[in-house]
Write a protein that binds this ligand. Structure first.
Ligand code: NAD
Length: 333
């Protein structure tokens, strides 16, 4: 079976997903939702999309009457995911949302509830959950090859450009680097250690308050404590380039990945040597696997559903609270 997908938001990542889907056999781009008519016509030509599968932000609720679309992949600014996902669910279509799923846990919970009520699946674009080097480290950790896990370090950042982009607009982004790139370290700390944190502490540093306005974080360091006794130490930033490193250590060994989450080849080594795995286009593999999850009920090794994404949003809420108050914040995921 082939998952027939419409992409909402034809921006830079939407374009990357569309190109990657050309190589899919179990998922197919069949529709678009966009506010820009010229983009719609360009995509129609490029991907052979029929007129009847093209929508804009005013009329896309009528996708419910379209039997040729199974799922909508929302790839718009973060602040729009919540309302759009709920509309898609009400139209009876499966929802795939980009990360972060929403701006906070309250919104995320509402999305989970809406999809449950509409009896549609809610998945989030956690492409690393299908990446072979990442899965190999997870396999080794589960097999006990690193011993008891005691430490994770996650460093996530890039230097952000144009000060007028939506990523620096609190209403559309929900915050700053943490929402956008720090989430990779948050999520990574969970799949690398195999546990959910029970407390967080955090400290924020802002060197450029003009570019990074109130509520838009430039750099945040955060620490996570896990029930098994391990800790994570992470940094999220919009002011350093090529910061993309994971390090996992246990009583018997380590895994080191750099780059750990970028689009290009993931590279890493462990105490046993180089991690040798196939280099894949993340978005192609993700869409193949999401097709199997939605249409065939396949269980992924690391979950990518709304409940999984909600945990990251709860951690993000707690990190912002900890950074603001200077206090340790307890979590119950
Ligand atoms: P982008 O700015 O390139 O594209 C966003 C698109 O949304 C644009 O086409 C824009 O026209 C459209 N849009 C619709 N309504 C809008 C509005 N009210 N204001 C502004 N734009 C509006 O951004 P992007 O880099 O494609 O990011 C989109 C989403 O994808 C974000 O949630 C981001 O976090 C996520 N993303 C995920 C990954 C990943 O690896 N999983 C990578 C990049 C981006």
């Amino acid at each position: 079976p082939v998952l027939r997908v419409a992409i909402m938001g034809l921006g830079s990542y939407g374009t990357r997903v569309a190109e990657a889907m050309r190589d899919c056999t179990k998922a197919k781009l069949v529709g678009v939702i966009s506010g820009t008519p010229s983009k719609i016509t360009a995509w129609q030509t490029r991907y052979n999309i029929p007129e009847k599968n093209c929508y804009n932000y005013a009329n896309f609720d009528s996708i419910k009457d379209n039997p040729d679309i199974d799922a909508v992949y929302i790839i718009t600014p973060n602040g729009l995911h919540h309302d759009e996902a709920i509309r898609v669910a009400k139209a009876g279509k499966h929802v795939i949302s980009e990360k972060p799923m929403a701006l906070n846990a309250k919104e995320g919970q509402e999305m989970v509830d809406a999809c449950k009520a509409a009896n549609v699946k809610l998945l989030v674009g956690y492409r690393m959950h299908f990446e072979p080097h990442t899965l190999e480290v997870i396999r080794m950790r589960k097999a006990g090859e690193f011993g008891k896990i005691l430490f994770f370090q996650g460093l996530s950042g890039f230097t952000i450009g144009d000060p007028n982009q939506w990523r620096l607009n609190k209403k559309l982004s929900g915050g700053g680097s943490l929402m956008d790139i720090g989430i990779y370290s948050i999520n990574g700390s969970r799949y690398m250690t195999g546990e959910d944190p029970i407390w967080v502490t955090a400290e924020e540093t802002k060197n450029d308050p003009v570019k990074f306005k109130e509520g838009v974080d430039e750099t945040i360091q955060f620490q996570l404590g896990f029930p098994g006794g391990s800790v994570a130490s992470c940094l999220s930033t919009y002011s350093m380039n090529n910061l993309d490193r994971f390090f996992l250590n246990g009583t018997r060994g380590f895994a080191e990945m750099q780059p750990a989450t970028g689009y290009g080849p993931i590279m890493g080594r462990t105490n046993k040597g180089e991690i040798n795995q196939p280099v894949v286009t993340h978005q192609t593999v993700q869409m193949e696997e999401m097709s199997a999850i939605i249409l065939q009920g396949k269980q992924p090794i690391v979950p990518v559903d709304g409940e999984e994404a909600l945990k990251d949003l709860k951690i993000i809420d707690a990190i912002y609270e900890a950074a603001k108050t200077g206090k340790k914040v307890k979590l119950n995921l």
